[in-house]
Design a protein around this ligand. Structure first.
Ligand SMILES: [Zn+2]
Length: 267
């Protein structure tokens, strides 16, 4: 990795929902963070390893310090084992960590037992738990999300301020409090809207839900990603434009391969 390429979030994929992932209408690879040279990856869905190497510049998985897996759904977890092998160089790099849910390591585990010894730590998320990724980067999993798998969103304290990633969840009142005081807010917005009342609050945030959260929290930037078909048809960049007008916050619709420069948070 080029030394100049520092302090960014790179979205290797922006797909959410089964159809978009299964047809690869958008890439389902994970989200790569680089903060003052510390690299970590969130939710290595299908295609993550391949995307690391087809990115320009390339992203070298052996430079990762940590992988964070927010829940065991296929679109988030498929590449977790191969990424652990790549991050640790099959166990030769001994200081690498994975942070994930209990469900991802028990029952039908998505993290295989044979790659676990490669890690220096396999840490388990709980509501309100804190984890150290590096001395200047702390992760909190503030609240259990409402989703069909055990799922947590992420709140990072960093030298660039507080950055939160609201992973898959139905909308509920506790979200705004849990992710308050975020300078940067990333939201998985799978659906344009609910088709009917019965669909309300079953799995994912809609545009209206995301807008409500952004309006309350008032981050410097909000990034929307993890799109299902209704969002893609609606042209996410046009949706983001309307959301910006409605919330007074600069909302950006993420595209595959987009890199967000964290220095913007200091401006
Ligand atoms: Zn999910």
């Amino acid at each position: 990795m080029n030394q100049k390429e520092k302090n960014f979030i790179k979205f290797l994929g922006t797909a959410g929902a089964r159809y978009v992932v299964a047809r690869q209408l958008r890439s389902s690879a994970g989200v790569w963070f680089n903060i003052e040279g510390v690299n970590f990856l969130v939710d290595p869905g299908p295609g993550t390893l391949v995307k690391c190497f087809s990115s320009r510049p390339k992203l070298d998985p052996s430079q990762l310090k940590a992988i964070i897996l927010t829940h065991c759904h296929i679109d988030h977890s498929t590449d977790i084992n191969v990424m652990i092998e790549a991050m640790t160089n099959s166990g030769h790099k001994k200081d690498r960590i994975v942070i994930t849910t209990e469900e991802s390591v028990t029952g039908e585990p998505v993290i295989f037992s044979h790659v676990r010894p490669y890690l220096s730590k396999l840490e388990i998320m709980k509501q309100g738990a804190q984890f150290e990724i590096a001395s200047s980067i702390q992760l909190t999993t503030p609240i259990l999300h409402r989703h069909t798998a055990e799922t947590y969103g992420l709140k990072f304290t960093t030298p660039f301020g507080t950055m939160s990633h609201i992973i898959d969840t139905a909308h509920f009142e506790g979200l705004v409090d849990a992710y308050s005081n975020s300078d940067l807010l990333i939201l998985n917005v799978v659906r344009l809207k609910n088709k009917n009342d019965r669909e309300k609050g079953i799995l994912h945030l809609t545009v209206a839900d995301a807008q409500r959260i952004i309006k309350h929290i008032q981050p410097k930037f909000a990034l929307i990603t993890h799109f299902g078909m209704t969002m893609i048809r609606a042209k996410p960049w046009e949706v983001a434009k309307t959301m910006s007008e409605e919330t007074g916050v600069h909302v950006i619709a993420v595209s595959d391969g987009m890199q967000f420069d964290l220095n913007q948070l200091r401006g």
